[in-house]
Write a protein that binds this ligand. Structure first.
Ligand code: URA
Length: 192
């Protein structure tokens, strides 16, 4: 258990718990406000993230930033963004269950330090792992579920929206529902 971001980050940056460390250029720890009430969890770094060491900086990330902006959220100001796995899976394949198992301790520590009120799962990988294995994005997106004092909501992965733009209006509705939930349960997100 960590009581400082600095020691957590330093230990995480040297992680060699799974083979993804062998092919990474950069470990992608996370970005945003460490006192955020709202946390977003994606799947794992892609090419651009691996090169730059920051989550969601490719085309999907640009789309995510647009949705965030629409509901008054900003990765530099009032949210925190992390991934299920911190190192890029080769060829952007799904992270294996074992890789997720190895990596989830870092995410747990991040969550423990942030103590978010809301966690938004971006896509099926994080939603299945954090909300429940039966989660289906097309059916369950936008629903808030309380677990251990945190509200979880799953929505479409930005890369999936780029592949299938038909789901963009539904994704926007999820972000609008998120804004309403923030107004209901958060104290300072919209004051930051
Ligand atoms: N996809 C993710 O799930 N996370 C990133 O950081 C980038 C792309």
């Amino acid at each position: 258990m960590y009581d400082s971001w600095e020691s957590l980050r330093l230990d995480c940056l040297k992680c060699e718990k799974c083979d993804l460390c062998k092919t990474r250029h950069n470990l992608v720890f996370g970005v945003g406000n460490e006192n955020a009430e709202v946390m977003f969890v994606g799947e794992g770094p892609g090419y651009n993230e691996d090169m730059q060491g920051e989550p969601f900086v490719g085309r999907g990330g640009q789309l995510l930033d647009k949705y965030l902006e629409y509901v008054g959220l900003d990765r530099k100001k009032n949210i925190y963004i992390a991934n299920m796995v911190k190192c890029r899976p080769p060829e952007n394949r799904d992270p294996s269950a074992k890789e997720q198992d190895m990596c989830i301790t870092w995410l747990r520590e991040q969550t423990r330090l942030i103590r978010p009120k809301i966690i938004v799962c971006l896509g099926r990988i994080s939603a299945k792992r954090l909300i429940g294995d039966s989660f289906l994005v097309t059916k369950d997106h936008g629903k808030f579920i309380e677990k251990g004092g945190i509200l979880f909501m799953g929505t479409f992965h930005p890369a999936a929206l780029l592949r299938n733009p038909n789901n963009k209006p539904a994704a926007l509705d999820d972000f609008i529902a998120l804004r309403e939930k923030i107004q209901e349960v958060c104290e300072h997100t919209y004051d930051l």
